[in-house]
Design a protein around this ligand. Structure first.
Ligand SMILES: Cc1cc2nc3c(=O)[nH]c(=O)nc-3n(C[C@H](O)[C@H](O)[C@H](O)COP(=O)(O)OP(=O)(O)OC[C@H]3O[C@@H](n4cnc5c(N)ncnc54)[C@H](O)[C@@H]3O)c2cc1C
Length: 508
């Protein structure tokens, strides 16, 4: 078990974390004769499934081989957003001159302190996901160890056999290893070990220009690293609209990030003092050197060692456990939720799927994942948040689309904040105010997207947002302005003529 290496450095904060999420003194209980639900994996999906089921009266066992809280708490959302916050502070100081503020000559960045702050906050959050809370407060039988199916209704952990009526596979995903010659020998960081750093790498090569690569590249650059992103596509953030990705790229350029786009990685090697990656761009090869290499290029599902074959559960090494729309696997007793089975790999989707799993597995529900409205946000500066369909998806689904965009440069609060790079965009079903999808690029886009997610979820049209008073001045007024723009499209020349005639008559 990699337990010891994952909790580096061994300071008081990480000791608290481990005491909560994998206490060394923990003794696994004797299994009950039978469980309503056995959950493998105690990341977000597993924790929400186990807690929700136990809260409704089910007898639940929860198995975790590593750290309760999974990726989100330990090596994902929480530490990354902690580091990002510190990097924003550094950026604020650097750019304070725009606001007439001169920071004293003594301003400096202490990466070690920023990481310690992150570890302190992570440790503070960790009780919520702890063995103690789940066992004592929620009454769940917690087993620490590798869970493995040995037949269609039995799981083995720590030499003990656990019989289940229903089981949930919530084993998540990990960073996919890049198929690059020499990479293993060279050594590289992933999300699993990058948050152990206590010293800033002077030069950082980042493989992958997706959300994880971009968030961490910008954060490290703002903390003072010389960062180069190596990306095989011609631009960053392929899933997002090109102009949204372009704004983020420009912002990162200003932070000093360099980009090697359209780059094929040929090999990696370690030199005495640093690491070298050879890339090919436009038929020419080039060497890039760094003190560390960080890989953020895709996620691989944790299917290995689970004994899925023994339980008749179909899976794919790339996409994970196969489930139907109601999260049932090919074994009717076994369900799955979270990164192990879902293409949208987020904490909030893991949470949403867990709720569906409980209803369907324990209460014969028929809730479908296809009915979910899934927003997401990428926490660069500015943030990029999206919900629903992109214009291309909507057209492919046969919709005629009207797209409206309001630039943040037209929103007073964004001007006052000095945060004018970005926009709010909605795609409407043509001839109606039905919202098909939306993208927001703004410093707090993740906070702003919720209004649009609610509208899509509840079938509220953009006119409903238009009727909603938004406080002035807020950046969310960009969304109100989209509604105003929609209302203007309804003012056809004919309607305007009627209004003009009516008003003229009123004056007579
Ligand atoms: C750097 C980074 C930043 C991120 N930031 C965000 C963000 O800001 N917002 C967001 O929504 N999402 C973010 N994510 C994604 C988010 O962390 C995941 O989507 C979420 O953790 C998925 O939860 P899960 O329960 O499906 O899987 P996981 O959190 O991976 O949990 C799975 C658990 O199963 C355990 N396990 C695996 N196999 C076994 C076994 N055989 N027996 C016992 N236990 C087992 C693992 O040890 C793990 O604890 C980020 C991810 C990364 C890597």
């Amino acid at each position: 078990m990699e337990q010891h290496s994952l909790i580096l450095p061994q300071d008081v904060h990480n000791q608290t974390l481990v005491n909560n999420v994998h206490p060394a003194s923990w003794k696994n209980p004797e299994p009950a004769p039978s469980y309503n639900l056995v959950v493998i994996g105690a990341g977000t999906a597993g924790l929400v499934t186990a807690a929700g089921a136990a809260g409704l009266g089910a007898k639940v066992a929860l198995i975790e081989r590593h750290l309760m809280g999974g990726d989100c708490l330990n090596v994902g959302c929480v530490p990354s957003k902690g580091l990002i916050r510190a990097s924003r502070a550094a950026h604020e100081v650097k750019t304070a001159g725009e606001f007439g503020i001169t920071c004293g000559g003594g301003s400096s960045i202490d990466f070690g302190k920023a990481m310690e702050r992150m570890r302190r906050i992570r440790a503070g959050i960790s009780f919520h996901d702890s063995v103690e809370r789940f066992s004592k407060e929620l009454g769940i039988d917690v087993f620490l160890g590798q869970g493995k199916f040995i037949d269609a209704d039995t799981i083995e952990v720590d030499g003990k056999r656990i019989r289940f009526k229903k089981a949930a596979i919530c084993t998540g995903a990990r960073a996919a290893a890049p198929p690059v010659p020499g990479m293993e020998e060279t050594g590289y960081l992933t999300n699993e070990n990058v948050f152990r750093l206590t010293e800033l790498p002077k030069r950082l090569l980042v493989i992958g220009g997706g959300p994880i690569g971009c968030e961490l590249s910008q954060a490290f650059a703002r903390m003072g690293s010389e960062v180069t992103i190596i990306e095989m596509a011609g631009r960053l953030l392929l899933r997002e609209d090109a102009d949204a990705a372009g704004i983020v790229q420009q912002s990162m350029l200003r932070d000093g990030v360099k980009f090697a786009l359209n780059a094929k990685i040929l090999n990696a090697r370690r030199r005495v003092a640093d690491k070298v990656i050879t890339i090919e761009q436009n038929g020419k090869s080039q060497e890039l050197a760094g003190d560390e290499v960080l890989v953020g290029a895709g996620r691989a599902p944790n299917v290995n060692g689970l004994g899925l074959e023994a339980a008749g559960i179909v899976y794919d090494l790339r996409t994970g456990v196969k489930v139907n729309d109601m999260l049932r696997t090919s074994n009717p007793r076994v369900y799955a939720a979270g990164d192990i089975c879902f293409p949208y790999k987020f904490t909030h989707t893991a949470d949403a799927l867990a709720r569906i799993l409980i209803a369907n597995a324990l209460f014969k529900g028929r809730q479908k994942t296809s009915s979910l409205v899934v927003p997401w946000c990428m926490y660069t500066d500015p943030e990029v948040a999206h919900v629903g369909m992109y214009e291309k998806d909507a057209r492919e689904k046969g919709f005629e689309v009207t797209t409206l965009t309001v630039q943040l440069a037209d929103v007073d609060r964004a001007l006052l904040d000095g945060e004018t790079e970005g926009f709010a965009r909605v795609h409407l079903k043509k001839g109606s105010d039905k919202i098909l999808g939306a993208t927001i690029v703004a410093r707090h886009a993740g906070e702003m997207i919720n209004e649009l997610s609610l509208a899509i979820t509840e079938g509220l049209g953009l006119s409903s947002i238009g009727k909603t008073i938004h406080p002035y001045p807020t950046q969310a007024e960009a969304i109100k302005k989209l509604a105003d723009a929609y209302n203007r499209t309804r003012l056809t020349p004919f309607v305007k003529k009627l209004f003009t005639a009516w008003l003229k008559w009123q004056r007579s």
